[in-house]
Design a protein around this ligand. Sequence first.
Ligand code: PXG
Length: 484
Amino acid sequence: MYSDNKDPVAIVAPAIRPSDSQKKVDTRAIQEMDSAHYIHSFTDTASLAKKGARVIVKGEGIYIWDSEGKRLLDGMSGLWCMNVGYGRKSIADAAYAQMQELPYYNSFFQTTNVPAVKLAAKLVEISPPHFNHVFYTGSGSEGNDTNLRLVRRYWDIKGFKDRNIIISRENAYHGSTIAGASLGGMSGMHDQQVGVTIPNIVHIGQPYYVEGGKGKTPEEFGLEAASWLEKKILEVGPERVAAFIGEPVQGAGGVIIPPSTYWPEIQRICDKYEILLIADEVICGFGRLGTWFGSEYFGIKPDLMTFAKGVTSGYIPLGGVLVGDRVANVLIEQGGEFNHGFTYSGHPVACAAALENIRIIQEEKLVEKVNKETGPYLKKKFAELNDHPLVSIAETCGFAAGLNLVRKKGKTLHDCEAFDSSLEVGMICRGHMFGNGMIMRAVGDRMIIAPPLVTTTAQIDEMVALIRQCLDATLDDLKQRGLM
Ligand code: PXG
C-alpha cells in the first residue's frame, strides 16, 4: 500500500465511502502493472515501485477516494485544475453529446467547428476588453510554446528580428515542453535539459517576500523585485527584449504571492520599454484568485494570456492563448500565414466540455463567491494558523494559500529559523496530511493548497481543522526526532 508518510500517525479515522468502482479494483494488481509499465510525471519511478502508487478511483465534489476506500479532501484541486469540483455529470454529458455528433475535426483546412467558435466567443466575453482572439492548444505547455512563437513572430513582422529575448523568473513554472521548461525557472528541470534549453530566455529573481524581504516592508520589497526587470532589460539591451512572462501568483513554485506594488511596477516597466507582457494564467485563470483572470486581480493589462486547467476544470485537456489586440492586429493584418498549430487545436469535445464548465462557473457565481465570500473566509481561517508554533506565515490569495514551516525564534517573519533542507520537514508534514485524509502539497518547507472553487465555508472549517491537526502531528514528530 502506498504511503508517502515517512512516519505515519493516524489522527482521525478517514471517512470510508465504498463505491462500485472501488470494489472492482484489485489494488495490488494495478500497482504492479503501474510500476511495470507506467513512467509517471515528475516521479522517481524506481522508488515509487517499492511502495506502489496510491490508486485513485473516484471523485465527488472536493473529495477523492482511493481503491482502499480512503477518502481524501483534495486541497489541490487535482493539479490546480478541478475548479468546479469532481462529479459534474453535465460536463460528461456535453462531451458525450459532442462525441456522438462530431468527435473530431481540425481547423487547418479552412474549416472550423461550432464548439471551438462558441468557446472563443465566450472566452472573449469573460476576458478584459482588449482580448478578442484565441489560439487553442492541448495544454498549458503548448500554450507557452505558442507564446514564444507569437512574440518572436510579432517582432519579426514589425521588422525587429533581434528583439527576441524573453525575460522570465527563477522558480517560475511555464510547462514541461522544451520551450515551457526553458521559459520556466525550475533549476531541477534546467539541470536535466542537457544542452537543449532554448537560447535568449533569461531569468530574474522571484518576488518572494519571505526569502528576500528582510528589513523591508512588503511594498518596498515589491518595488525592489520589479526593479530587477528594468535592470535586466538595461543589461541585455532594451532593443533586444521581446517580452516578459510571469504567473500572477506563482503556483508550482509554492504559491508565491507578490506584494501589491509588484505587478503595477512590472506593467510600468514593460510599457516604458514597449515590451510585451505575457501573463501565464494556467493556474490563476478561471476564478482561482476571485477574478476571472489573475491579471485582473493585480490590475495589469497583459498582451497575451496563457490558459489551460480551469478552462475545462481538468475534465478534458485543453489550453490556449488569449491574444490581445496589440499582437493580434499585427499577426492578422500583416503576418500572412502563421505556421503553427496542433492536431487537437480547437478540439470540439474539449471545447464543448469547456463551454459547460464555464456555464457552471457563471451559473453558480463561483468567481464572485471566491472574491466576496469563500475567499475572504479562507483568508481569515487560514490566517489563524499563524499562531501555530511551526508556522512563520500563513497567507492566501483568493483560493491559493501557503504557509511556511520554521523554528519560530522571534516575533517577526524574518526572525524565524528555516529547517535544514535535508530534514525534509515539508515532506514529513505532507505525509501527515495524506495520512489523515488531506491533500496539501509541500514545496520545500512551504505547504500549499489551492482547493476547488466550490469549497464551502463548512468545508473550509473542516480543511483548516485537518491542517492544524497535521501541523500538531508534525510538531510532535519533530520533537520525537529531537529536532525541536
Ligand atoms: N503554466 C503554469 C503556470 C502551470 O502551472 C503549465 C503552464 C503547463 O501546463 P500543462 O497543461 O502543460 O501541464 C502549468 C502546469 C506542480 C505542477 O507541481 C504544476 C503544473 C504542472 C505539473 C506540476 O504544481 N502546472
